[in-house]
Design a protein around this ligand. Structure first.
Ligand SMILES: [Zn+2]
Length: 137
């Protein structure tokens, strides 16, 4: 599934982020929708627990590292609205932003991470609603 392509050594940085970004308020609003509390949220893909202070953290040993993502990539017409913003753990974000695999929807990501996802559901974690994505036309 993962290509091993060297381009993806640069984790969490995709070309879309260099020419487009979400406003802080949008990210905060998305955090609230995926949140258990002000400081704790749930990954949209695998339902892992995320910690607000660990946004984009690069240290390997940090728990709860997360990134904001485009549900529909900018190159495909996705915009910077709340409907197109999702919050993913570091691993899910790497998979979702990798164009060399076929995981291009949150539904497919959840299927790929179904083992982790189902384990969390069994523990009583309620999956956050999937943002609909939004096309600028
Ligand atoms: Zn995840």
């Amino acid at each position: 599934m993962m290509s091993g392509n060297g381009d993806f050594e640069i984790r969490g940085i995709s070309m879309t982020h260099t020419d487009n970004y979400f406003l802080r308020e949008v990210i905060d609003a998305r955090w609230e929708r995926q949140g258990k509390s002000e400081n704790v949220a749930i990954c949209l893909g695998c339902l892992k627990t995320l910690y607000k202070k660990n946004r984009g953290a690069v240290e390997e040993n940090k728990n709860g590292v997360w990134h904001e993502c485009y549900i529909i990539p900018v190159k495909d017409g996705g915009d910077n609205t709340l409907d197109n913003c999702g919050i993913l753990c570091k691993e899910c974000n790497t998979i979702y932003s990798d164009d060399s695999n076929e995981i291009d929807t949150i539904e497919k990501l959840r299927e790929y991470k179904s083992k982790e996802f189902n384990k969390k559901v069994k523990k009583g974690v309620i999956p956050p609603a999937i943002p609909p994505g939004h096309h600028r036309k």
